[in-house]
Design a protein around this ligand. Structure first.
Ligand code: NAP
Length: 267
C-alpha cells in the first residue's frame, strides 16, 4: 500500500461515528480518498467529530444518519454517494450486541435478541451491498466490500451467543457474496479481537472494561490491547490495490488471540 492509494476514491463507511468505523474513515481520507460517506445510527456529535477528522485529512465528509437494518436507511446512505457516479469501497462496519458473557446461561438471551442483532449485523450488511451494487460496479476497477466480522465468528467467544452467531453468519455471507458478485465486486472480512472502543462502555461497567483492557494486554501473544487505529489498516488493505486479487478472504486481526486457546507448545 502507498500513502495515496485511495486517491480520488469514493468510500462509504457504516457505523463511523466512533471506534473502528471512524478510524477506517480517517485512514481512507488520509490515503487520498475524494469523499467519505460517514453513516451513524444516533451519535450525531461523535459523527460530526469523525467528519471534522475526515475533512482535516483532505476528503469531503458526507454525514448520513440511518439505520442499516432498514432498507430505506441503506438506500439513503448509498444515495449520498450517487452524485459521484461510483463507490470504490463499502465498509460494512455498523454492529450491535447484547452483553450476556456467560454463554452457559441460555435464559440470558431471547429469540428477539437474535433477531435484533441479525437485523443489523447480517441483514444490514446484505441490504447495504444490494443498495450499493450498481455503484460498486461502476468504477474502473472492481468495487470492494469489507465486512467487519469478529473473532467471535471463528472461535464462538464474544459478548453473547447471538452476537457470535451473527458474526459467523456475516463471515459466511462474505463467502457467498464474493462468489456471487465476482468479477465486478470483491468481498472480504476482517475479524478483530478486542478493540478498545466505546463498544464496551455501552453495556459493561467502566471498572470491568478497564480490567478487560489490562487482561487483554497481558494475555494476547503480542501483549497489546488494540485500538481502532491498530485494526483499521487491515480493513483498508482489503479495499486497496494491494488486495486487488483478493476476494472471499477472512483476516483475523486479533494480536494473536486465536493462537492462545489450545497451546501445543512443547517448550
Ligand atoms: P462502536 O464504537 O460502538 O461503533 C459502533 C458503530 O455502529 C457506531 O457508529 C454506531 O452508531 C453504529 N451503529 C450501531 N447500530 C447501527 C445501525 N442500526 N445503523 C447504523 N449504524 C449503527 O464499536 P466498534 O468497536 O467500533 O464496533 C465496530 C464494529 O466492530 C462492529 O461491527 C463490531 O461488532 C466490530 N467488532 C468490535 C470489537 C471490539 O472489541 N470493539 C471486536 C470485534 C468486532 P451510533 O454511535 O450512532 O450508535
Amino acid at each position: 500500500m502507498s500513502g495515496r492509494d485511495f486517491a480520488g476514491s469514493v468510500i462509504v463507511v457504516t457505523g463511523a461515528s466512533t471506534g473502528l468505523g471512524r478510524a477506517i474513515a480517517v485512514e481512507t481520507a488520509s490515503r487520498g480518498a475524494q469523499a467519505v460517506v460517514i453513516n451513524y445510527a444516533s451519535s450525531q456529535d461523535e459523527a460530526e467529530h469523525t467528519a471534522r477528522l475526515v475533512t482535516d485529512a483532505g476528503a469531503e465528509a458526507i454525514l448520513v444518519q440511518a439505520n442499516v437494518g432498514e432498507e430505506d436507511g441503506c438506500k439513503a446512505i448509498v444515495a449520498a454517494a450517487a452524485r459521484f457516479g461510483r463507490i470504490d469501497a463499502l465498509f460494512n462496519n455498523a454492529g450491535i450486541t447484547k452483553f450476556a458473557p456467560k454463554h452457559e446461561d441460555l435464559d440470558a438471551v431471547s429469540a428477539e435478541d437474535f433477531l435484533r442483532l441479525y437485523q443489523v449485523n447480517v441483514v444490514g450488511a446484505f441490504l447495504m451491498v444490494r443498495a450499493a451494487r450498481s455503484l460498486l460496479e461502476a468504477g474502473p476497477e472492481a468495487g470492494s466490500v469489507v465486512n467487519t466480522s469478529s473473532i467471535a465468528a471463528v472461535t464462538g467467544i464474544g459478548s453473547s451467543v447471538p452476537y457470535a452467531a451473527s458474526k459467523g453468519a456475516l463471515t459466511t455471507m462474505t463467502l457467498s457474496l464474493a462468489r456471487a458478485l465476482a468479477p465486478k465486486i470483491r468481498v472480504n472480512a476482517v475479524c478483530p479481537g478486542f478493540i478498545d472502543t466505546p463498544w464496551f462502555e455501552k453495556g459493561i461497567p467502566a471498572q470491568t472494561v478497564e480490567r478487560m483492557r489490562q487482561g487483554v494486554a497481558e494475555s494476547t501473544p503480542l501483549k497489546v490491547a488494540s485500538t481502532a487505529e491498530d485494526i483499521a489498516g487491515a480493513a483498508v488493505f482489503f479495499a486497496s490495490r494491494a488486495a486487488r486479487h483478493v476476494t472471499g478472504e477472512t483476516l483475523l486481526v486479533d494480536a494473536g488471540t486465536h493462537l492462545g486457546f489450545a497451546s501445543l507448545s512443547m517448550r
